[in-house]
Unconditional design. Structure first.
Length: 83
């Protein structure tokens, strides 16, 4: 898996996790399933913070994927072999 594909995968996963957390926070806000979230010790604020964090990671991953990989320095510099 290449650099670009890995960053896009991270972006997609965090995007959907962010939406799930946002929907769960909305359910807690309108008192649907509030007892379930309180039993697993997740408050509405924690769910909101999780969704914001996931969206920030998603944006950062997608922006980083836009930068061409050719601009990066390789981790191991290949030196020409002596003849």
């Amino acid at each position: 898996m290449g650099h670009f594909a890995r960053l896009q995968l991270v972006g997609k996963v965090t995007y959907y996790v962010g939406w799930v957390a946002l929907v769960c926070g909305g359910l807690v806000h309108i008192n649907i399933g509030k007892a379930l979230f309180l039993k697993i010790d997740l408050s509405q604020r924690n769910l909101l913070e999780l969704s914001v964090l996931c969206f920030l990671i998603c944006v950062a991953s997608e922006l980083r994927a836009l930068v061409p990989a050719g601009n990066e320095m390789p981790s191991i510099v290949k030196r020409p072999m002596a003849a």
